[in-house]
Write a protein that binds this ligand. Sequence first.
Ligand code: ATP
Ligand code: MG
Length: 365
Amino acid sequence: MQGMMQLRSCAILELDDDGLIHDGTAGVESIYGYAREELRGRSFASLFSRADQERGMHLALLARVREQGIEQSACPLVRRDGTRFRAALTMERGVFDGGAPRILMVVRDITEFFQNQKRVQEAQESAMRAQRLDAFGKLTLELAHDFNNLLSVIANSLDMLSARRAEDEGTRRLLDLAHRAVERGTGLTRQMLVFGRGQALVPQLCRVNDLLVASRDLYQRVCGEGVQVTLDLAEDLPPVAVDVGQLEAALLNLLGNSRDAIGGRGDVLLQARLEQRPVASGIGSAGYIRVTVGDSGPGIGREIRDTVFEPFFTTKPEGQGSGLGLSQVHGFVAQSGGMAEIGTSTLGGAAVSMYFPVAEGASGA
Ligand SMILES: Nc1ncnc2c1ncn2[C@@H]1O[C@H](COP(=O)(O)OP(=O)(O)OP(=O)(O)O)[C@@H](O)[C@H]1O
Ligand SMILES: [Mg+2]
Protein backbone atom coordinates (compact mmCIF):
# COMPACT_ATOMS: atom_id res chain seq x y z
CA MET A 1 0.00 0.00 0.00
CA GLN A 2 2.95 2.31 -0.55
CA GLY A 3 3.08 5.12 -3.06
CA MET A 4 -0.65 5.21 -3.58
CA MET A 5 -2.56 8.48 -3.83
CA GLN A 6 -4.12 9.22 -0.43
CA LEU A 7 -7.73 10.37 -0.27
CA ARG A 8 -9.36 11.50 2.95
CA SER A 9 -12.83 10.19 2.13
CA CYS A 10 -11.62 6.86 0.83
CA ALA A 11 -9.63 4.05 2.44
CA ILE A 12 -8.33 0.77 1.06
CA LEU A 13 -7.84 -2.19 3.33
CA GLU A 14 -6.08 -5.40 2.47
CA LEU A 15 -7.64 -8.46 4.10
CA ASP A 16 -6.79 -12.12 4.04
CA ASP A 17 -9.38 -14.70 3.10
CA ASP A 18 -10.71 -14.84 6.68
CA GLY A 19 -11.18 -11.10 6.96
CA LEU A 20 -8.04 -10.32 8.97
CA ILE A 21 -6.64 -6.89 8.15
CA HIS A 22 -3.10 -6.87 6.79
CA ASP A 23 -2.69 -3.27 5.93
CA GLY A 24 -4.57 -0.13 4.99
CA THR A 25 -4.00 3.24 3.33
CA ALA A 26 -3.74 6.42 5.35
CA GLY A 27 -7.45 7.01 4.65
CA VAL A 28 -8.28 4.61 7.49
CA GLU A 29 -7.17 7.34 9.88
CA SER A 30 -9.56 9.99 8.54
CA ILE A 31 -12.44 7.56 7.91
CA TYR A 32 -12.20 5.24 10.88
CA GLY A 33 -10.07 7.16 13.34
CA TYR A 34 -7.66 4.20 13.61
CA ALA A 35 -3.91 4.42 13.15
CA ARG A 36 -2.82 2.02 10.41
CA GLU A 37 -0.75 -0.07 12.83
CA GLU A 38 -3.75 -0.45 15.12
CA LEU A 39 -5.75 -2.19 12.44
CA ARG A 40 -3.12 -4.70 11.43
CA GLY A 41 -4.01 -8.19 12.62
CA ARG A 42 -7.60 -7.26 13.59
CA SER A 43 -10.65 -8.81 12.01
CA PHE A 44 -12.51 -6.45 9.71
CA ALA A 45 -15.58 -7.41 11.78
CA SER A 46 -14.58 -4.67 14.23
CA LEU A 47 -15.52 -2.09 11.56
CA PHE A 48 -19.16 -3.16 11.95
CA SER A 49 -21.47 -2.33 14.83
CA ARG A 50 -22.00 -5.04 17.43
CA ALA A 51 -25.58 -5.53 16.24
CA ASP A 52 -24.45 -5.96 12.61
CA GLN A 53 -21.72 -8.36 13.74
CA GLU A 54 -24.28 -10.43 15.61
CA ARG A 55 -26.43 -10.43 12.50
CA GLY A 56 -23.42 -11.77 10.63
CA MET A 57 -23.30 -8.91 8.14
CA HIS A 58 -19.49 -9.08 7.79
CA LEU A 59 -19.57 -12.87 7.32
CA ALA A 60 -22.18 -12.57 4.59
CA LEU A 61 -20.03 -10.01 2.76
CA LEU A 62 -16.98 -12.23 3.09
CA ALA A 63 -18.89 -15.26 1.82
CA ARG A 64 -20.18 -13.32 -1.20
CA VAL A 65 -16.78 -11.96 -2.18
CA ARG A 66 -15.24 -15.43 -1.87
CA GLU A 67 -17.97 -16.83 -4.06
CA GLN A 68 -18.27 -14.08 -6.67
CA GLY A 69 -14.82 -12.52 -6.56
CA ILE A 70 -16.31 -9.05 -6.16
CA GLU A 71 -18.91 -7.51 -3.91
CA GLN A 72 -20.35 -4.00 -3.87
CA SER A 73 -22.71 -2.66 -1.23
CA ALA A 74 -23.66 0.31 0.90
CA CYS A 75 -23.80 -0.32 4.62
CA PRO A 76 -23.36 1.36 7.99
CA LEU A 77 -19.92 0.99 9.61
CA VAL A 78 -18.52 2.25 12.91
CA ARG A 79 -15.53 4.44 13.62
CA ARG A 80 -13.04 3.85 16.40
CA ASP A 81 -15.02 6.21 18.70
CA GLY A 82 -18.22 4.20 18.13
CA THR A 83 -19.95 6.71 15.82
CA ARG A 84 -21.64 5.26 12.77
CA PHE A 85 -21.22 6.34 9.18
CA ARG A 86 -22.59 5.29 5.81
CA ALA A 87 -20.06 3.54 3.63
CA ALA A 88 -19.95 2.45 0.02
CA LEU A 89 -17.93 -0.78 -0.06
CA THR A 90 -16.24 -2.54 -2.91
CA MET A 91 -14.51 -5.79 -2.03
CA GLU A 92 -12.46 -7.63 -4.61
CA ARG A 93 -10.67 -10.96 -4.17
CA GLY A 94 -7.60 -11.96 -6.07
CA VAL A 95 -4.22 -13.59 -5.88
CA PHE A 96 -1.39 -11.10 -5.93
CA ASP A 97 2.19 -12.03 -6.73
CA GLY A 98 1.32 -15.71 -6.59
CA GLY A 99 0.69 -15.64 -2.79
CA ALA A 100 -2.40 -16.55 -0.77
CA PRO A 101 -5.69 -14.96 -1.91
CA ARG A 102 -6.21 -11.44 -0.66
CA ILE A 103 -9.27 -9.22 -0.53
CA LEU A 104 -8.99 -5.52 -1.28
CA MET A 105 -11.71 -3.57 0.44
CA VAL A 106 -12.33 -0.01 -0.82
CA VAL A 107 -14.36 2.05 1.63
CA ARG A 108 -15.83 5.42 0.81
CA ASP A 109 -17.55 7.57 3.42
CA ILE A 110 -20.84 8.56 1.78
CA THR A 111 -22.59 9.87 4.90
CA GLU A 112 -22.96 13.36 3.50
CA PHE A 113 -24.15 12.13 0.12
CA PHE A 114 -26.59 9.78 1.85
CA GLN A 115 -27.97 12.57 4.04
CA ASN A 116 -28.31 14.91 1.07
CA GLN A 117 -30.19 12.22 -0.81
CA LYS A 118 -32.46 11.74 2.17
CA ARG A 119 -33.10 15.48 2.41
CA VAL A 120 -33.92 15.70 -1.30
CA GLN A 121 -36.24 12.71 -0.99
CA GLU A 122 -37.98 14.23 2.04
CA ALA A 123 -38.41 17.55 0.23
CA GLN A 124 -39.88 15.75 -2.79
CA GLU A 125 -42.25 13.76 -0.59
CA SER A 126 -43.38 16.84 1.27
CA ALA A 127 -43.96 18.72 -2.05
CA MET A 128 -46.06 15.79 -3.30
CA ARG A 129 -48.05 15.73 -0.08
CA ALA A 130 -48.71 19.45 -0.40
CA GLN A 131 -49.84 19.02 -4.02
CA ARG A 132 -52.17 16.19 -3.09
CA LEU A 133 -53.72 18.22 -0.27
CA ASP A 134 -54.04 21.19 -2.64
CA ALA A 135 -55.96 19.12 -5.16
CA PHE A 136 -58.12 17.75 -2.37
CA GLY A 137 -58.69 21.29 -1.12
CA LYS A 138 -60.00 22.48 -4.51
CA LEU A 139 -62.41 19.59 -4.72
CA THR A 140 -63.59 20.09 -1.15
CA LEU A 141 -64.07 23.79 -1.76
CA GLU A 142 -66.34 23.15 -4.76
CA LEU A 143 -68.32 20.58 -2.81
CA ALA A 144 -68.66 22.87 0.19
CA HIS A 145 -69.95 25.72 -1.99
CA ASP A 146 -72.54 23.46 -3.62
CA PHE A 147 -73.66 22.07 -0.28
CA ASN A 148 -73.82 25.53 1.24
CA ASN A 149 -76.15 26.66 -1.52
CA LEU A 150 -78.38 23.62 -0.99
CA LEU A 151 -78.35 24.10 2.76
CA SER A 152 -79.38 27.75 2.46
CA VAL A 153 -82.36 26.75 0.31
CA ILE A 154 -83.36 24.16 2.94
CA ALA A 155 -82.78 26.62 5.81
CA ASN A 156 -84.89 29.31 4.10
CA SER A 157 -87.71 26.88 3.42
CA LEU A 158 -87.61 25.64 7.02
CA ASP A 159 -87.71 29.23 8.27
CA MET A 160 -90.78 29.88 6.15
CA LEU A 161 -92.46 26.69 7.34
CA SER A 162 -91.70 27.58 10.96
CA ALA A 163 -93.17 31.04 10.43
CA ARG A 164 -96.48 29.39 9.56
CA ARG A 165 -96.78 28.39 13.22
CA ALA A 166 -97.31 24.70 13.01
CA GLU A 167 -100.29 23.62 15.04
CA ASP A 168 -99.23 20.28 16.34
CA GLU A 169 -96.30 19.43 18.58
CA GLY A 170 -95.13 16.62 16.27
CA THR A 171 -94.61 18.95 13.28
CA ARG A 172 -92.76 21.47 15.45
CA ARG A 173 -90.43 18.75 16.68
CA LEU A 174 -89.72 17.62 13.12
CA LEU A 175 -89.00 21.19 12.06
CA ASP A 176 -86.70 21.59 15.04
CA LEU A 177 -84.84 18.43 14.11
CA ALA A 178 -84.47 19.60 10.53
CA HIS A 179 -83.20 23.02 11.71
CA ARG A 180 -80.54 21.37 13.88
CA ALA A 181 -79.45 19.10 11.05
CA VAL A 182 -79.05 22.15 8.80
CA GLU A 183 -76.98 23.87 11.50
CA ARG A 184 -74.76 20.82 11.79
CA GLY A 185 -74.45 20.65 8.00
CA THR A 186 -73.50 24.33 7.89
CA GLY A 187 -70.85 23.66 10.55
CA LEU A 188 -69.41 20.83 8.49
CA THR A 189 -69.33 22.82 5.27
CA ARG A 190 -67.62 25.67 7.15
CA GLN A 191 -64.84 23.27 8.15
CA MET A 192 -64.64 22.01 4.57
CA LEU A 193 -64.33 25.61 3.40
CA VAL A 194 -61.48 26.16 5.83
CA PHE A 195 -59.68 23.08 4.52
CA GLY A 196 -60.16 24.30 0.94
CA ARG A 197 -58.86 27.73 2.05
CA GLY A 198 -62.10 29.30 1.00
CA GLN A 199 -62.94 30.76 4.38
CA ALA A 200 -62.40 34.51 4.64
CA LEU A 201 -59.85 34.91 7.44
CA VAL A 202 -59.66 38.02 9.56
CA PRO A 203 -56.03 38.16 10.62
CA GLN A 204 -55.06 40.30 13.55
CA LEU A 205 -51.80 40.77 15.39
CA CYS A 206 -51.71 38.25 18.17
CA ARG A 207 -49.27 37.00 20.77
CA VAL A 208 -49.92 33.29 21.03
CA ASN A 209 -48.61 33.10 24.60
CA ASP A 210 -51.27 35.54 25.80
CA LEU A 211 -53.98 33.52 24.07
CA LEU A 212 -52.73 30.19 25.46
CA VAL A 213 -52.44 31.52 29.01
CA ALA A 214 -55.89 33.17 28.86
CA SER A 215 -57.55 29.96 27.62
CA ARG A 216 -55.68 27.53 29.83
CA ASP A 217 -58.73 26.73 32.01
CA LEU A 218 -60.83 26.10 28.92
CA TYR A 219 -58.19 23.68 27.59
CA GLN A 220 -58.16 21.85 30.91
CA ARG A 221 -61.97 21.53 30.83
CA VAL A 222 -61.88 20.24 27.24
CA CYS A 223 -59.38 17.54 28.19
CA GLY A 224 -61.11 16.50 31.41
CA GLU A 225 -60.02 16.06 35.01
CA GLY A 226 -57.83 13.02 34.53
CA VAL A 227 -55.61 14.90 32.09
CA GLN A 228 -52.76 17.15 33.12
CA VAL A 229 -52.52 20.09 30.69
CA THR A 230 -49.13 21.82 30.83
CA LEU A 231 -48.02 24.99 29.03
CA ASP A 232 -44.40 25.32 27.96
CA LEU A 233 -44.00 28.76 26.39
CA ALA A 234 -40.79 30.44 25.28
CA GLU A 235 -40.55 34.00 26.53
CA ASP A 236 -40.81 37.16 24.45
CA LEU A 237 -42.17 35.54 21.31
CA PRO A 238 -42.83 37.99 18.48
CA PRO A 239 -46.46 38.34 17.35
CA VAL A 240 -48.11 36.59 14.43
CA ALA A 241 -50.93 37.86 12.20
CA VAL A 242 -53.67 35.22 12.38
CA ASP A 243 -57.41 34.84 12.59
CA VAL A 244 -57.76 34.38 16.33
CA GLY A 245 -61.14 32.64 16.12
CA GLN A 246 -59.70 30.04 13.73
CA LEU A 247 -56.59 29.62 15.87
CA GLU A 248 -58.79 28.90 18.89
CA ALA A 249 -60.83 26.45 16.80
CA ALA A 250 -57.63 24.72 15.63
CA LEU A 251 -56.32 24.45 19.20
CA LEU A 252 -59.64 23.00 20.37
CA ASN A 253 -59.55 20.48 17.52
CA LEU A 254 -56.04 19.41 18.52
CA LEU A 255 -56.89 19.23 22.21
CA GLY A 256 -60.02 17.22 21.41
CA ASN A 257 -57.88 14.78 19.44
CA SER A 258 -55.38 14.47 22.30
CA ARG A 259 -58.19 13.93 24.78
CA ASP A 260 -59.65 11.14 22.63
CA ALA A 261 -56.20 9.62 22.05
CA ILE A 262 -55.27 9.36 25.73
CA GLY A 263 -58.67 8.13 26.80
CA GLY A 264 -59.23 10.38 29.78
CA ARG A 265 -55.99 9.82 31.70
CA GLY A 266 -52.59 11.19 30.73
CA ASP A 267 -50.70 14.33 29.80
CA VAL A 268 -51.05 17.08 27.25
CA LEU A 269 -48.29 19.57 26.53
CA LEU A 270 -48.86 22.88 24.74
CA GLN A 271 -45.65 24.41 23.47
CA ALA A 272 -44.85 27.71 21.79
CA ARG A 273 -41.42 28.38 20.28
CA LEU A 274 -39.68 30.62 17.77
CA GLU A 275 -38.20 28.55 14.93
CA GLN A 276 -36.17 29.31 11.84
CA ARG A 277 -37.21 27.04 9.02
CA PRO A 278 -36.36 27.09 5.37
CA VAL A 279 -39.55 27.42 3.37
CA ALA A 280 -40.23 26.80 -0.27
CA SER A 281 -42.75 29.65 -0.37
CA GLY A 282 -40.07 32.17 0.60
CA ILE A 283 -42.11 33.71 3.40
CA GLY A 284 -41.10 33.99 6.96
CA SER A 285 -37.62 35.45 6.84
CA ALA A 286 -38.24 36.51 10.44
CA GLY A 287 -38.99 32.89 11.35
CA TYR A 288 -42.01 31.04 12.54
CA ILE A 289 -43.91 30.65 15.75
CA ARG A 290 -44.45 26.97 16.33
CA VAL A 291 -47.42 25.98 18.44
CA THR A 292 -47.41 22.27 19.27
CA VAL A 293 -50.00 20.15 21.00
CA GLY A 294 -48.41 16.93 22.23
CA ASP A 295 -49.87 14.10 24.28
CA SER A 296 -49.10 10.81 25.99
CA GLY A 297 -51.44 8.79 23.75
CA PRO A 298 -50.52 6.06 21.26
CA GLY A 299 -49.32 8.56 18.64
CA ILE A 300 -50.09 8.76 14.92
CA GLY A 301 -48.50 5.91 12.96
CA ARG A 302 -46.23 6.75 10.02
CA GLU A 303 -48.54 4.87 7.67
CA ILE A 304 -51.37 7.37 8.20
CA ARG A 305 -49.38 10.59 8.67
CA ASP A 306 -49.94 11.49 5.02
CA THR A 307 -53.68 11.01 5.23
CA VAL A 308 -54.75 12.45 8.58
CA PHE A 309 -55.01 15.99 7.18
CA GLU A 310 -57.43 14.90 4.47
CA PRO A 311 -61.07 15.77 5.11
CA PHE A 312 -63.24 12.93 6.38
CA PHE A 313 -60.30 10.73 7.34
CA THR A 314 -61.06 9.31 10.78
CA THR A 315 -60.22 6.17 12.70
CA LYS A 316 -62.94 6.85 15.25
CA PRO A 317 -66.12 4.78 15.47
CA GLU A 318 -69.06 6.03 13.46
CA GLY A 319 -70.71 9.05 15.01
CA GLN A 320 -67.64 9.95 17.08
CA GLY A 321 -65.52 11.73 14.53
CA SER A 322 -66.21 13.42 11.22
CA GLY A 323 -62.53 13.54 10.25
CA LEU A 324 -62.57 17.29 9.75
CA GLY A 325 -60.54 18.44 12.77
CA LEU A 326 -57.06 18.14 11.31
CA SER A 327 -58.20 19.31 7.89
CA GLN A 328 -59.40 22.54 9.52
CA VAL A 329 -55.98 22.83 11.17
CA HIS A 330 -54.16 22.23 7.87
CA GLY A 331 -56.34 24.60 5.83
CA PHE A 332 -56.24 27.41 8.35
CA VAL A 333 -52.47 27.19 8.90
CA ALA A 334 -51.74 26.98 5.16
CA GLN A 335 -54.04 29.93 4.43
CA SER A 336 -52.17 31.85 7.15
CA GLY A 337 -48.88 31.33 5.27
CA GLY A 338 -47.62 28.57 7.51
CA MET A 339 -47.68 24.80 7.66
CA ALA A 340 -48.87 21.98 9.89
CA GLU A 341 -46.79 18.94 10.72
CA ILE A 342 -47.28 15.63 12.52
CA GLY A 343 -44.54 14.35 14.80
CA THR A 344 -43.90 12.47 18.01
CA SER A 345 -44.23 14.19 21.37
CA THR A 346 -41.68 13.99 24.17
CA LEU A 347 -44.66 12.57 26.08
CA GLY A 348 -44.61 9.57 23.76
CA GLY A 349 -47.78 10.24 21.77
CA ALA A 350 -48.63 12.49 18.83
CA ALA A 351 -47.33 16.03 18.47
CA VAL A 352 -49.15 18.23 15.98
CA SER A 353 -47.32 21.47 15.22
CA MET A 354 -48.65 24.60 13.58
CA TYR A 355 -46.08 27.03 12.15
CA PHE A 356 -47.14 30.64 11.68
CA PRO A 357 -44.86 33.21 10.06
CA VAL A 358 -43.78 35.96 12.43
CA ALA A 359 -45.70 39.13 11.58
CA GLU A 360 -43.83 41.37 9.15
CA GLY A 361 -41.88 44.12 10.83
CA ALA A 362 -42.39 42.52 14.26
CA SER A 363 -39.52 43.04 16.65
CA GLY A 364 -38.09 40.29 18.84
CA ALA A 365 -40.25 41.10 21.86
N1 ATP B 1 -53.41 13.26 19.08
C1 ATP B 1 -53.69 12.19 18.35
N2 ATP B 1 -53.28 10.95 18.71
C2 ATP B 1 -53.56 9.87 17.95
N3 ATP B 1 -54.23 9.92 16.78
C3 ATP B 1 -54.66 11.13 16.37
C4 ATP B 1 -54.42 12.32 17.11
N4 ATP B 1 -54.96 13.35 16.42
C5 ATP B 1 -55.52 12.83 15.32
N5 ATP B 1 -55.36 11.50 15.28
C6 ATP B 1 -55.80 10.60 14.20
O1 ATP B 1 -56.15 11.38 13.08
C7 ATP B 1 -57.50 11.14 12.69
C8 ATP B 1 -58.07 12.40 12.07
O2 ATP B 1 -58.20 13.41 13.05
P1 ATP B 1 -59.25 14.58 12.82
O3 ATP B 1 -59.17 15.51 13.96
O4 ATP B 1 -59.07 15.15 11.45
O5 ATP B 1 -60.62 13.81 12.79
P2 ATP B 1 -61.39 13.10 14.01
O6 ATP B 1 -60.83 13.56 15.30
O7 ATP B 1 -61.39 11.65 13.73
O8 ATP B 1 -62.85 13.69 13.81
P3 ATP B 1 -63.33 15.20 14.17
O9 ATP B 1 -62.13 15.99 14.56
O10 ATP B 1 -63.92 15.72 12.92
O11 ATP B 1 -64.30 15.02 15.26
C9 ATP B 1 -58.16 10.66 13.97
O12 ATP B 1 -59.31 9.89 13.69
C10 ATP B 1 -57.06 9.84 14.61
O13 ATP B 1 -56.96 8.58 14.00
MG1 MG C 1 -60.51 15.60 15.66
